[in-house]
Design a binder for this molecule. Structure first.
Ligand code: SAH
Length: 278
């Protein structure tokens, strides 16, 4: 085993059980093309190669690439891209390789230090969703973040991240993975989640506004909405909007479901445009 580098968030998975859960969560068929972020020493890659039509793995660490090529170079369905997943243009790099183009599923044991940017690259954002959404995204990540991504309103883990992700995708918590499943063990526990991007049936009329409201709304968790949103909505106006939506005027950000956040944002946009046209 090559020595794990902290700088790249390297922790080698060694648990068979966790590995099987990741792979089964991806529901692969032999017609699937898979994108893997951070193959490391290839423990997950090896499984993916047996089940998918094609696997494109993106690894930043140059020193791991010869090891991966040695292990899987003979597999015709394996393509290794060396580079930083966050900055490379995958479509462009795949242009010369028709058999690997357009992977629709992501499966990855990601480096925890760049979880947010990875989520943004694969899902996009509320205001700029990925125009070519993946069919599914299975990730092994920090448990705390997994809980936040999958949380429903009124739970202690529910927050801006829950809404940002669930606006774009269904999020499922698949299983816990203890720190000892890795070598070296990370300081935190981990978990597997599955995201299934989908169109939202009641989209935000002004997605940027929704992003702003969520950010402000959760800025101080213990405060009521009317205090956190003071800088953008006067209390009286907010009360009127909340009443119109049948939401308690004493609510905190965590009391509103994703749907209610969208409704609040839309009602706010409507009321400001009504003001402006007077
Ligand atoms: N999948 C392997 C390794 C997981 S550790 C396993 O399960 O054992 C995370 C991996 O992501 C490491 O191989 C690390 O080098 C790689 N990595 C870190 N930052 C990256 C980036 N920006 N782009 C691509 N790979 C990255």
């Amino acid at each position: 085993m090559p020595k794990a580098r902290k700088q790249f968030g390297q922790h080698w998975l060694k648990s068979e059980k966790a590995l099987n859960k990741i792979v089964s969560s991806a529901e692969l068929t032999e017609r699937d093309r898979v994108l893997e972020i951070g193959p490391g020493t290839g423990i997950l890659t090896r499984q993916l190669l047996t089940q998918a039509e094609a696997v494109v793995s993106v690894e930043i660490d140059r020193d791991l690439c010869p090891i991966l090529v040695q292990k899987f170079g003979k597999n015709e369905n394996f393509l290794l891209l060396q580079g930083d997943f966050l900055t490379i243009d995958i479509d462009q790099l795949l242009e010369p390789f028709p058999a690997f183009q357009n992977p629709r599923k992501v499966v990855a044991n990601i480096p925890y230090n760049i979880t947010g940017p990875i989520l943004e690259k694969v899902l996009g954002t509320i205001a700029a969703p990925n125009p070519k959404p993946f069919e599914s995204i299975v990730l092994l990540l920090q448990k705390e973040v997994a809980l936040r991504i999958c949380a429903n309103s009124n739970s202690s883990h529910y927050g801006a991240l829950s809404i940002r992700v669930q606006y774009l995708a269904d999020a499922e918590f698949m299983c816990d993975v203890p720190a000892k499943a890795f070598s070296p063990p990370p300081k935190v526990d981990s978990a597997v989640i599955r995201l299934k991007p989908r169109a939202i049936d009641n989209p935000a009329s002004d997605p940027r506004k929704l992003e702003t409201l969520i950010k402000l709304g959760f800025s101080s968790r213990r405060k009521m909405l009317r205090n956190n949103l003071k800088s953008v909505i006067e209390t009286e106006e907010l009360n009127a909007l909340l009443e119109q939506l049948n939401i308690d005027s004493q609510s905190r950000a965590e009391d509103l479901s994703v749907r209610e956040w969208i409704e609040l944002s839309n009602a706010f946009v409507m009321s400001t445009s009504a003001h402006n046209s007077h």
